[in-house]
Design a protein around this ligand. Structure first.
Ligand code: UDH
Ligand code: NGS
Length: 351
């Protein structure tokens, strides 16, 4: 009986020891696990790639879709993206530009997968310096537009601009009115986005160097300074035709552009006059960076030289206060968006 009681007490003690050891083992394992999982999280926080950082920043609210799978909710930190640099790193300099082989819109779409509907883009790696509306006056130049889109979209993306492309189409077959279409472009693009800068580009002009940045400067800018058709020179000092850019402030200071130049010529000289009468100067890239090619073409129907243009440009000072963005009237007939551009068809009225 005593023997049995003695055996029981040995067994009892052994069992207690085993339980204690088990408890100790579990505790140590638990402590080890907790400490280890802490350091794993620290590792994740310190080793996010610039790519994953980018997705978590620019003050965007991070969603489940954009969050890298290995990062848990409480490790997500927000960091502001930096402003894009003055010299965008992907620029390549001189470009080969030629128009012998036609391009298709399919090809341009394929080559520009980052575009948003309406021909919109903004860089992901930094915050663009400016929001720029590209405004093209247009009627019946589809072949030229394909080349413009083909060359310009990749250039504008390398220039790290937050931009949209707007083709302002004059409806009907009245005399063409380039400057009024540009005014309409200004008003209509601002309805869509908070643009700060407006680049006004003929559809047939392509820069030959991507360092000619399609943005705004402290003074209104003339960008197409060195055209092949003029032997890569300015045809005259006051020339402001082809491609130009004005900030919102600069544009409003001159009451926008004239609405009364019907047919070819003079409206760009009127704009130049407005700029100088308001005490501004014209900024330009140098003659090498500012080289550009024009797609050769015949004069369009309903765009014959305007016989009144010389008289009109002689009176800019008197007319610019009344004729401009302040007196603009037109009707929007249609707005269409595709991947490469926004097309706004308008009724500009008659002379
Ligand atoms: N534009 C059109 N459709 C037209 C007329 C003009 O889209 O019917 C636009 C287009 O964006 C063009 C811009 O307006 O690039 C300027 O018009 P333009 O090309 O007529 O002016 P440019 O000075 O040519 O380039 C003038 C005619 C040259 C004839 C030369 C004959 N050898
Ligand atoms: C000037 C025109 C401008 C025109 C420039 C270049 O003579 O509108 O030629 O034209 N001014 C007047 O006619 C008053 S271009 O050869 O590019 O067609 O932009």
């Amino acid at each position: 009986m005593r023997d049995a009681a003695g055996n029981f007490s040995v067994l009892d003690r052994t069992c207690s020891l085993v339980v204690l050891l088990c408890f100790l083992h579990i505790s140590v394992t638990l402590i080890y696990y907790i400490r280890n999982s802490d350091s794993r999280q620290t590792f994740v926080q310190n080793h996010q790639t610039p790519q994953s950082h980018r997705k978590l920043t620019e003050q965007r609210v991070t969603t489940e879709e954009t969050r890298p799978p290995s990062v848990s909710n409480d490790t997500v930190t927000e960091r502001k993206l930096e402003t894009c640099p003055d010299n965008p790193p992907k620029l390549v300099g001189p470009l080969r530009v030629e128009f012998s082989d036609p391009v298709t819109l399919d090809l341009v779409r394929e080559q520009n997968p980052a575009l948003q509907p309406g021909g919109r883009f903004k860089p992901e790696e930094c915050i663009a310096q400016q929001k720029v509306a590209m405004i093209i006056p247009f009627r019946n130049r589809d072949e030229h537009l394909k080349f413009w889109l083909y060359y310009m979209h990749p250039i504008l993306q390398r220039q790290q601009l937050d931009y949209g492309v707007y083709v302002i189409v004059q409806d009907g077959d009245e005399l063409f009115n380039r400057a009024k279409l540009l005014n309409i472009g200004y008003v209509e693009t601002l309805k869509e986005y908070d643009y700060q800068c407006f680049v006004f580009s003929d559809v047939d002009l392509i820069p030959m160097d991507d360092r000619n940045i399609y943005k705004c400067f402290s003074q209104p800018r003339h960008l197409s300074v060195s055209m092949d058709k003029f032997g890569f020179r300015l045809p005259y000092t006051q020339f402001f035709g082809g491609v130009s850019s004005l900030s919102k402030e600069q544009y409003l200071k001159i009451n926008g552009f004239p609405n009364n130049y019907w047919g070819w010529g003079g409206e760009d000289d009127d704009i130049f006059n407005r700029i100088s009468f308001k005490g501004m100067s014209v900024s330009r890239p140098d003659g090498v960076i500012g080289r550009c090619r024009m797609i050769r073409h015949n004069r369009d129907d309903k765009n014959d030289p305007n016989p009144q243009r010389f008289d009109q440009i002689a009176h800019t000072r008197q007319t610019m206060g009344q004729d401009g963005i302040s007196s603009l009237s037109y009707k929007v007939l249609k707005v269409e968006k595709n991947q490469l551009f926004t097309k706004i068809t308008v009724d500009v009225g008659k002379p």
